[in-house]
Ligand binder design. Structure first.
Ligand code: GCW
Length: 664
């Protein structure tokens, strides 16, 4: 008989890796304990399908499901389900019914989620159908292992080791995605190296695709438009040159021979120095359609990015619309125009991109950014579901009232061959995958909204917290409050009232509103965006300025264009506003600016206190990690406030109100 002490000691040794793993964040929201042999023996998991994806669903339930018997059933009659499923209580157990194996897998993860949330499943009958066909992550990972705008370590993809050596994290990554319904990934940066299409790289891509396949995930690649010339020995990469299209056709054939379920290409062309069809006097449509032709026989897609702008005198916010609207109707059926949520670039707050809805005969999809390029990297706690929802719920009025971006892109208002939604990933090699423990929530939220954009930010937060920390009610409530405050806090302490792009040049972490006007491209300089002078500040996008407002459908053009009806949150986006302008609060614009910056700082302080109160409810490892990140965030918030207020004060020539925390 072992002594109690010895038993305790052994138990600690045996359990410690588990406990540590749970505390280091490596398990994400999938913190399920394996069932014991005895538990497994008490219930049966059966599947009518023996496809690899269905078997994965069964294996997950075999390993982690503690409830009654589950039957996974392919039901071909459920035609409109796509990748959806039904979960039904049969009286003695549960059935997951789906039209496709992927539906069974998503149903299985749904069950595990409900188990994790502690839900009673007796009597359950629910149906889930995904809002978008393609729910895709874009990795901006370079072939040298770095990640553009990545803040969670180096790339997960070990190109030097592939295809021979396989990291266990590839499957773990795919599993995490599958558990939230993500069914596609673009492996490499949109600033694409042509090398990705070389035969040796395609074998590496194949190795990843083989691992992802049983998790229902398809692989896409970003391509460099000059590939025919650079790696193919073709004279040029002109899309109308028959040698070029032949090269692409052969390349695509080779890809599908290697990866039969390959998804397609993501293309950044004629943007920020990348090559494209315009290099040859051709249009985006010429370029996209040439690739689309090559992919068509295999049902492949082209996601063609609308993130284009040049250092012209034209307002950068207008350029995508100007380039793409004249091409509407010219794109092939298997081209989707991928549009960033806002017209500039993933700012803490932007109005929606006016291209949404303006293209009437072309498929459109949203591109969000999960990685926090403009939101404090992986140092700041910023829950992004409210930002994603703000875009998806925006009413463009393109087809009358209620023409939300969600409805324009999910097939409701504009039928599309395939609907899609994308986001730039925040995932890297860090143990906790995303750098900040709370940045995991943004990966999770994107997946959940891509599946169902009607979920509320609060609901998603509750789910994530219950699965990731604990389902203790008071903790869920407190953490949810932290998350729900965080987005407005960051807007306040970085860029309130519609300010944008006043970041330090290039790295985009801290403030640099004074950024040199003469030293570089005007449209990369903060002054271009805030236009502060002794009269006021803001970007005049009304008819007297760049007239970007006219790209919005009525009545938004008028609402945004009139200083009295423009919402405070977008005021300096659309107007050059005098420092003494009376805001809705009764304060002057200058005073309001001071109060907003101060409010941002105070909000972060409250987040710190709220987190500190959870010290005994969260494991010490994650507690301390988040606590120290919040310290950085609080310091940065003060930095932003002080830098911006002291700088803008030189134009405003007004005192800083006494009741805010004084800049030092
Ligand atoms: O936001 C800007 C980034 C670039 C990025 C570009 C894009 C991948 O600063 O790093 O390049 O957008 O979206 O293409």
């Amino acid at each position: 008989m072992l002594s109690n002490k010895l038993q305790l000691f052994l138990c600690c040794i045996l359990l410690s890796p588990l406990v540590l793993a749970a505390a280091d964040g490596s398990q994400l929201w999938l913190r399920y304990d394996k069932v014991t042999a005895a538990e497994a023996g008490r219930r049966q998991i059966r599947s009518t399908s023996s496809g690899p994806v269905a078997l994965m669903a069964k294996a997950e339930l075999d390993d982690y499901w503690r409830g009654p018997a589950v039957e996974l059933v392919i039901d071909k009659k459920k035609r409109e389900y796509g990748e959806g499923y039904q979960i039904k209580w049969t009286g003695s157990g549960l059935q997951i019914l789906a039209q496709q194996d992927r539906g069974l897998l998503y149903g299985a993860y749904h069950l595990l989620r409900l188990q994790g949330e502690g839900k009673d499943l007796r009597g359950v009958d629910l149906t889930e159908i995904p809002a978008y066909d393609i729910r895709i992550l874009n990795h901006w990972d370079n072939l040298d292992g770095t990640i553009e705008r990545g803040y969670a370590g180096r790339s997960l993809w070990k190109w030097l080791e592939l295809p021979t050596q396989i990291s266990p994290r590839y499957a773990a990554y795919a599993r995490a995605n599958a558990s939230i319904g993500i069914n596609a990934v673009v492996l490499n940066n949109v600033n694409a190296s042509p090398d990705i299409l070389r035969p040796d790289y395609l074998l590496k891509v194949k190795a990843l695709a083989d691992i992802f396949r049983p998790y229902g995930i398809q692989v896409y690649l970003s391509i460099n438009f000059s590939s025919p010339k650079i790696i193919g020995g073709v004279k040029d990469s002109d899309p109308l040159n028959p040698d070029v299209s032949t090269w692409w056709k052969n390349k695509v054939k080779e890809i599908y021979r290697t990866i039969p379920d390959f998804g397609g290409f993501l293309v950044k062309a004629n943007s920020e120095g990348q090559p494209g069809p315009q290099d040859y006097g051709r249009t985006h449509a010429d370029g996209a359609n040439m690739l689309a032709d090559a992919l068509k026989p295999y049902d492949g897609l082209v996601m063609w990015r609308a993130f284009v702008y040049n250092p012209t005198t034209e307002d950068r916010a207008k350029q995508a619309y100007q380039e793409f609207v004249p091409l509407d109707g010219k794109f092939s059926e298997n081209v989707i125009i991928q549009i960033k949520n806002g017209p500039i670039d993933f700012q803490p707050r932007e109005p929606f991109n006016p291209l949404f809805g303006a293209l009437r005969k072309s498929s459109e999809m949203v591109e969000f950014q999960i990685t926090q390029e403009y939101l404090g990297f992986s140092n700041h706690l910023v829950y992004l579901a409210p930002l994603f929802k703000e875009t998806l719920d925006s009413d463009t009025y393109s087809d009358g009232k209620g023409s939300t971006i969600a409805k324009l892109t999910d097939g409701t208002l504009r039928p599309a061959k395939k609907t899609a939604i994308s986001a730039v990933a925040n995932i890297g090699e860090d143990t906790n995958w995303t750098g900040h423990h709370f940045a995991q929530a943004n990966w999770y939220a994107f997946g959940r909204l891509a599946w169902d954009h009607q979920l509320s930010s609060e609901q998603i937060a509750e789910e994530w917290i219950s699965l990731t920390f604990s389902r203790e009610e008071q903790l869920v409530h407190a953490v949810k409050e932290i998350m729900m405050t965080s987005r407005e806090a960051v807007v306040n302490y970085m860029m309130p009232l519609g300010l944008h792009h006043i970041f330090a040049f290039d790295h985009h972490y801290g403030p640099e509103p004074w950024g040199d006007r003469k030293g570089g491209r005007a449209d990369w300089m903060p002054w271009y965006y805030h236009n502060a002078d002794t009269v006021g500040m803001g970007f005049d996008r009304t008819a007297s300025g760049s007239d970007a407002v006219s790209q919005y459908f009525p009545p938004l053009d008028e609402i945004y264009g009139d200083i009295t009806s423009c919402p405070d949150s977008l005021l300096l986006w659309f107007h050059h506003v005098s420092w003494t302008h009376r805001m809705k609060s009764g304060r002057t614009m200058w005073e309001e600016l001071c109060y907003r910056y101060d409010a941002g700082v105070q909000q972060v302080r409250e987040l710190q206190k709220a987190w500190d109160r959870l010290e005994h409810q969260v494991d010490s490892q994650r507690f301390a990690a988040v606590q120290s990140k919040l310290k950085i965030q609080a310091k940065d918030a003060v930095w932003w406030k002080d830098a911006c207020l002291l700088y803008f004060k030189t134009f405003a020539r007004q005192p800083i109100p006494y009741d805010i925390e004084r800049p030092v």
